[in-house]
Write a protein that binds this ligand. Structure first.
Ligand SMILES: [Zn+2]
Length: 222
């Protein structure tokens, strides 16, 4: 009993602290840090760069997974703060997604429990500083996906769709991982689409100033 009343008291003081700290700010547990380090510059696509142009290797169903992932992220915004489209020429793209190796076995997307049968990595480009002090990316974003022979064809398809959506989240400017395993932006995602925390995080990101211009907007010095 004593332990119980102590925990009730501890909980009550925590709630009070939270309320005193920031009465009007969103609950801190409802979003996560989108930068790798709080001192890093912020990046999100400016309105003038929309729709962001995604190019997907024509391997297996990758273009379909990219289209699904882009639409999922678009749905997280109320006012079209992010929009994307698929382009057929990588030279026109802001983001290039490739799938290493041969085409995966053809399997439909299902509701089966997630199996880790693929992996992905997003390369955030280096930046350079223009004369004005403005940071700009010197290259396009690159996403590389890879699948393994583990599980059924649908397990592999589900993994590729899920991890493609996760990597697209990185290309929106969410460079960090969510500490909550349920979130799409967790390091090893099991969610199929952004959660409420992922949504709150990108909404906050797209309403703070971006410090970096995308490659397509870079007036690079000679
Ligand atoms: Zn990641």
């Amino acid at each position: 009993m004593q332990t119980r009343s102590r925990s009730v008291a501890a909980l009550a003081s925590l709630l009070l602290l939270g309320a005193c700290d920031s009465p009007n700010a969103p609950d801190r547990s409802s979003f996560y840090e989108f930068r790798l380090s709080p001192s890093d510059p912020v990046f999100h696509w400016p309105a003038t760069a929309l729709p962001v142009r995604f190019y997907a290797d024509q391997v297996g169903a990758l273009p379909e997974y990219v289209a699904l992932g882009v639409r999922m992220w678009e749905r997280q915004f109320l006012y079209g703060e992010f929009r994307g489209e698929l382009v057929s020429d990588s030279a026109d793209a802001d983001v290039i997604l490739s799938l290493q190796g041969s085409a995966p076995p053809d399997g439909p997307l299902t509701d089966d429990p997630p199996v880790t049968s693929c992996t992905g990595v997003t390369s955030v480009p280096p930046t350079t500083e223009l004369g004005s002090g403005q940071l700009v990316y010197t290259e396009r974003f690159q996403v590389q996906l890879q699948w393994f022979s583990r599980g059924s064809p649908s397990d592999i398809a589900n993994c590729l769709a899920r991890v493609t959506a996760h990597e697209i989240g990185h290309t929106l400017g969410v460079f960090n991982h969510s500490p909550t395993p349920d979130d799409l932006m967790a390091r090893s995602p099991t969610a199929r689409e952004p959660t409420a925390r992922d949504r709150a995080t990108v909404q906050i990101l797209y309403h703070v100033r971006s410090d970096i211009l995308p490659f397509s907007h870079g007036l690079l010095p000679p």
